[in-house]
Design a protein around this ligand. Sequence first.
Ligand code: BGC
Length: 775
Amino acid sequence: MKQYITPNPWSVIEEGFHPEENEITESLMSLGNGRMGQRGNFEEKYSGKTLLGNYVAGVYFPDKTRVGWWKNGYPDYFAKVINACNWIGIDVEIDGQILDLHTCQIEEFYRELDMKRGVLSRHCTAITPQGQRVRIESERFCSMVDDESGAIKYSVKALNFDGHITLTPYLDGTIRNRDANYDETFWQEISKETSFAEGILTLETKPNPYGVEQFEVTTGMRFDIKKNGKKLDFQSHPVKNEKYVAGKVVTEISEGDELTLFKYAVNLSSANYKREELTEKAKNYLDRITKKGYSSLLSEHELAWADKWERNDIEIVGDMEAQQGIRFNIFHLQQTYTGEDESLNIGPKGFTGEKYGGVTYWDTEAYCIPFYLATSGKHVARNLLIYRYKHLAKAIENAGKLGFSQGAALYPMVTMNGEESHNEWEITFEEIHRNGAIAFAIYDYINYTGDKVYLAEYGLEVLIAISRFWKQRVNWSAQKEKFVMLGVTGPNEYENNVNNNWYTNYLAVWCLKYTLSAIEYVRSQEKADAIFAKVEFDQEAETKDWQEIIDKMYFPYDPEREVFLQQDGFLDKELKTVDQISEHRPINQKWSWDRILRSCFIKQADVLQGLYLFEDHFDQGTLRRNFDFYEPMTVHESSLSPCVHSILASSLGKKEKAYEMYVRTARLDLDDYNNDTEDGLHITSMAGTWMSVVKGFAGQRVRDGVLVLNPYIPEGWDAYSFRIGFRGITMRIEVTRQAVIIENPTTESVEVQVWGKQYSVLGEVRHELKGAAAE
Ligand code: BGC
């Protein structure tokens, strides 16, 4: 654990430079606006530890797969959101020597990500090897309003010298991905232009043999310079190199002078514009934003963030670190995905690093959708569902490659364009529970929003295709006289190729049941016949098969302990608890894979993932027994794990456990808990942190169209409040030790149940807390 970030309710602050942790800080201080994003790199050259990262949403490259032993069915490539043109770069030379903080003596240093405003800033006083004292101040943002642009204000002040300062703002496409499988570069140049204080660079992703779309991205910049606050009359000398353009400005300065450079940049991609129009559109875009000017761009951006916080904020009274942690999570989720574009999704690292390739996992459906549903309006979650709807044909194709037929769909484990990108057989072919998460998200969305129309419009086609997959994936066991599911990997990836993973079997049966009920509903709608014809649905035969599986599925169970078994044979393992192996943790770094697989230790919620999703199907005793059996064997080595345990613990009244698990998720990255923040942030699990508060501590659910709350306060907090949108109304909910206060500022009432008592909330409603909830 590292604790060098200063606690602050609204900011992530590094006081004094920590060069050894620089890649961690760069991850923490990443900026984004849904369309583009970047790590918290310095603008000027830095030769110390750094991972340069600029990303354009949806722009990826199919990097040739690298595996030891090829298995039929593996995809040929791994899609990666690639490191794109560096648009923040500004080289600074003082009397011909490049300024590089790595070689300077640093007198003072301060870097801050202001989450309230979405602004990254830094100031620093440094002494160059030549003895010049300089002060650098920088500020930048990725505009939430003009979301294909960003702007930088960068100042250099001569503190003890007279001389020449050269400022060279540039666009650099000679970047690489650190995670390239064969150390190749992914971009080639299409064109470049420079004119006074302007540069335009168009790059294209290199050709590939897989028929995957090549993207063109045009990055444009314009700049302006002030000296001591007044506009400078300057010459900009164009520089053009391979995949690089710059404008070089040489200025004379005297001690005490300050130069301030304003750099505006845009990133336009062929995913959104015609290729032949990219350059012109980039210039128009630059015209528009430079006309607004830095201050107006910034204030519009700040207003957009203020509006987001109005709908998203969680306030925690009495625990500054928890406050910083939760806002950090909300901030990054909101800047990673804004929900305006149904072709985009949420990569596990967002715009903060390369790991996991920026591609889509089941994390979106299982973790992120509940967050966006409650904080961002219905269309945002709906667009995430439509993303999968649009990939349905590919999911059917993907299942076909594995031998399934007749419209059965297996959604990929990881994807950019709907095609599978993952290549570890035990996950790619076997971690099929992801299909269930996609079906569950449809249910979750409809349950939350009441938008049943979605079923007929899009949902049912997906559900039928997924149900067809389960039908073909199970087989009849003559010995058990039950349907079984062999050779699967559950969410707990520390078990592979197991038979009858309880979670997967349960989810499959639930999908079949839900699809049957969806068919019933859609049958009453006009569109039903058209959908059935489109998917060639043999209603009688197919629904009969599904019902048979529902009736006769096998679920491993231990009658002695009265718990569900994670898989067949689980009790043959030597059952130990995590506290017996504390010096061996994390086991994924200290043990061989073979040892992990044979052990009972669990990477992340598995049976408990099922109990979390379907808690209303089970009584408290069942939930408790399973929790008490599995949680002590769980090492939580996936960031997706603690939040599920925290929520379950909250609903079981295990307050201490709930808080312990919450703390592990909330500051996972801020404190570099897993020693991997330098690779990027755990964006998707951040949604789990939010859920630990709202679904966990506040016990929020939606039952029969009513918002349900069963709130309590974790011990170290005095009070907390959160905003939640439900059926078009944003409410503020405050929980103190005495009462729950719900504010609905609109003119329409909303039904809310608090600890079993139902209110029609209009204006303010106060529910006094009693008993355990008030403790
Ligand atoms: C987890 C998966 C998850 C992936 C991306 C893995 O470590 O086991 O469940 O989908 O990370 O977050």
